[in-house]
Design a protein around this ligand. Structure first.
Ligand code: NAD
Ligand code: UDP
Ligand code: UDP
Length: 310
């Protein structure tokens, strides 16, 4: 029998790809979103499918639906967005998670949390294994997101220990691809939009900070394998373990777009992590999953999407 699956944040960047994949496997999907950073455009095609249901709803309020699985992706993910209303960001991670855990408890649904590499903060261990507890500023401008997500992990594990909930926690590293909002401020969308528009490419700091970029299709595969694994609870890192500096990323985007954009340097935002790369040993061993899309290939697909948006 096919499952009824709730995806919160389903109209967002990753959520819309996840809904599409889950629908293609004949499941019934309930997509919940308050459209704070997501968009109806992302799921317009899915709305034609009778097995796809959309509810405009803020997860900070209780939700009563009957489901078999829950993917909790509701949370603004770009620093620009989540710092715009930091109190709402904390609430979404804490109140929102409590409501969805309460829903999972009542319906006995399996529930997956979209956690983040931000739980490692500005890491002193490199690459980051799941056993690393992190280096997070509790009172900085990123804390609403970092500490919110850390508290959500705490809630998931306490509901697991106290009420025996069937939980999964994925620590997602920087993910990119089509349907990122062109103006959401994240580095991949910023660089591509700037390159396509012939504008200066904004490098924050000296551009030597690093990130590891995962193409969205790989990430969605990883999330679904984790959700359907009987043995793995997590937390487990999902991402791509090829690491690039922001200067290297800018060079690639300029080359692939054939742009004549120049680099300009802007101040590094507070608490911006200096380096980040997942240790994927657990994902490879326990889930048999690893990313397969190289950065240039994924960037080409993403550039194709943004060219269409312009
Ligand atoms: P996104 O901003 O595109 O998606 C988040 C979605 O959640 C949006 O559609 C937004 O409208 C919705 N939302 C926000 N607050 C809500 C609320 N209170 N109630 C209902 N809906 C709400 O971002 P994304 O990149 O697709 O991220 C999805 C999830 O994955 C987030 O939880 C994010 O923290 C996590 N994540 C993403 C990345 C990444 O690099 N993209 C990395 C780590 C973790
Ligand atoms: N909740 C929900 N949907 C449900 C069940 C619960 O939104 O189907 C919310 C409800 O707001 C509740 C919260 O989840 O306060 C936590 O539920 P739990 O059962 O853990 O706690 P309690 O009901 O005792 O507050
Ligand atoms: N960044 C940049 N220029 C931009 C946007 C971001 O140099 O126009 C840098 C940012 O300072 C950070 C990295 O790119 O070091 C990744 O930023 P993003 O907001 O995409 O994700 P996060 O910091 O949450 O990993």
């Amino acid at each position: 029998m096919k499952s009824t699956i709730l995806v919160t944040g389903g109209a967002g960047f990753i959520g819309s790809h996840l809904c599409e994949r889950l629908l293609s496997e004949e499941n019934n999907i309930i997509c919940v979103d308050n459209f704070s950073s997501g968009s109806k455009d992302n799921i317009l095609k899915l709305l034609e499918n009778p097995r796809f249901e959309l509810i405009r709803h803020d997860v900070n309020f209780p939700l009563y639906v009957e489901v078999d699985q829950i993917y909790n992706l509701a949370c603004q993910a770009s620093p620009l967005h989540y710092q715009n209303d930091p109190v709402q960001t904390v609430k979404t991670n804490v109140h929102g998670s409590i409501n969805l855990l309460g829903l999972a408890k009542r319906t006995k649904a399996r529930i997956l949390q979209a956690s983040t590499s931000e739980v490692y903060g500005d890491p002193e261990v490199h690459p980051q294994p799941e056993t690393y507890w992190g280096n997070v500023n509790p009172i900085g401008i990123r804390s609403c997101y970092d500490e919110g997500k850390r508290c959500a992990e705490t809630l998931f594990f306490d509901y697991h220990r106290q009420y025996h909930l069937d939980i999964k926690v994925a620590r997602i590293f920087n993910t990119y691809g089509p349907r990122m909002q062109p103006d959401d401020g994240r580095v991949v969308s910023n660089f591509i939009m700037q390159a396509l528009n012939g504008e200066d490419i904004t490098i924050y700091g000296d551009g030597q900070q690093s990130r590891s970029f995962c193409y969205v299709d790989d990430l969605v595969d990883g999330l679904m394998i984790l959700m359907n694994s009987e043995k793995v609870t997590g937390p487990i890192n999902l991402g791509n373990d090829s690491e690039f500096t922001m200067l290297e990323l800018a060079e690639k985007v300029i080359k692939l777009t054939g742009s004549s954009s120049q680099l300009i340097y802007k101040p590094l935002p507070m608490d911006d992590p200096r380096k980040r790369r997942p240790d994927l040993s657990q994902a490879k061993e326990k889930l048999g999953w690893k990313p397969s899309v190289a950065l240039e290939e994924g960037l080409m697909k993403t550039i194709g999407y943004f060219t269409g948006v312009l």
